[in-house]
Ligand binder design. Sequence first.
Ligand SMILES: [Zn+2]
Length: 594
Amino acid sequence: MEKAKGIVWKLNDLYAKDDDPKIHQDIDEAIEAGKEFKKRFHGKIASEDCTEDRLVQALQSFESIIEGIYRPYAMANLLFAADGRSDKYKALVAKVQDAHTRIENSVLFFALEIQKIPDDKMSEIYASGKLGHYRHYVESLRLFTPYTLDEKSEQIINNKNLSGKTAFVNLFDEFTAEFEWELEIDGEKKKLTASEVRQLLWNQDADLRKRAKIAHDAKFGENGLIFTNVFGNLIKDHSIEMEMRGYESPIQPSYLSNKVSKDVVETMMDVTTQNYHLARQYYRLKAKLLGMPKLKGSDLYAPITKSERVIPFEEGEALVLDSFRGFSPEFGDIIEKAFSDDWIDAEIRPGKRGGAFCMSVTPEFHPYVLMNYVDNLNSVYTMAHELGHALHTVLSSEKQTALTFHPPLVLAETASVFAEMLLTRRLRSEDLDRETHIQILASKLEDFFATISRQTMYIQFELAAHQEGAKRRLSADDFCTLWTKHRDEMYSDVIDFFPEEKWYWAVIPHFIHTRFYCYAYTFGALFVLALYNRYEQEGEAFVPKYRELLAAGDSTWPQTLVESVGMDFLEARFWQGGFTVIENMLDELQELAG
Ligand SMILES: [Zn+2]
């Protein structure tokens, strides 16, 4: 079987067929339920006479509205992902999105009223114990209460944002979307988009990589005035708002939305910085494997091996199943069901969405996985990754409900990246040829240095830019100097960067779109490695703890969850365990390199 031909999901667990009249009936009912909810509870949650019983009733009604809309919402989006050319599916997605917005507008008051319940009232409600597993949901919403302004001020900020920070974000997007590069490839001049130029960094040809990298970064430098203004103004805007709301530091709102404390994040970042030398060791080794005296800035992604192993779908399936089963027979059974009960759509078809995702609906339904399988190792890793998400959903659906079964953001990639580690373990247990062995180790290590070390470096630059930028207007030179300072702290003299690369800060969209998001990547990846290190130490005894961690969904604070399975986020030792795994893989690679 080539390229997963015939591996198509069956959606009839959700609805009998794609034009089942029940889809439209469910959408209408959910809209009605939203209106009813508003009639019944608006003004009655933040009021003095709100009882624990009323709040529980409201939470349950709210949850059933979410369940009601998510079933048709999932159906529409899955149909559309499987065939994006169909006008019928496009219309269905538009209808369900419209319904979703209408419902959101009806229920918007609920979260705001929960935030406004007076503290003493709230303590009484907590003490009654009646909130049960909803308590954490309520507590998470109320984290922002001290920093929320009165309704009028919130409205003014929202409205002024349209011509303020939103306008700068839009300017960044629209401006960079038009960027084009002209490069000579195989003797021919070609016009390239951003993703096409960036793709060239994975090319075998070192000279082409170099020309692509220099041209790419230079373009951002030529437009430095725009990027300096966009980033500088967003920093200023954030600093004004932080002061109005009474936050202590520019990164504090991110701690609150990630539900992880400052101390935990600082411990993690400190340990990561102390282990920068491992990244340097790896890139020195990479230069050796590529036969170069030293890597240039354009060689970070250069491919190390030339041949690639062909892995047909059935073989990939067997590898992934085996890797889950080797960890826990129960996990193996769950994943086997994903294959036998057709939760997966893996074949390549015209009109199907690219990339991969795992969609969870509600705890009542199993998740669905979409991917585009192309018979190589990368595809097998994608399969393991998405099925890791699916496993997480299945386990958290056991006891949690629609409001609490999605993992918190910092744990969202735990099961998926852990599944990749299990696949790596399974692959390394084979008698591998040297080339494949090097390929597996190098690509995993490169992933880790990109998501752990480099993202921490990004955050350190971003934090410094916010701290400085709140005090004075930063010039283009200031940004470039800050960037190269933090970059060089990580890479030291291991890489020869081109002068144009001082503009790389202007390339990273996260600084513009999702302030201080990058540490979530570090957190997710390093957390999994630290867990994996525990698994290597504890063996079987670790399995039920890990299961419990996944099954808890979003029912309590990440820190409490981790403590309940005997680990501690606040200990540097815990995070260092993650680097032990990296160090071992690096030693193995060093040995293979000879
Ligand atoms: Zn993922």
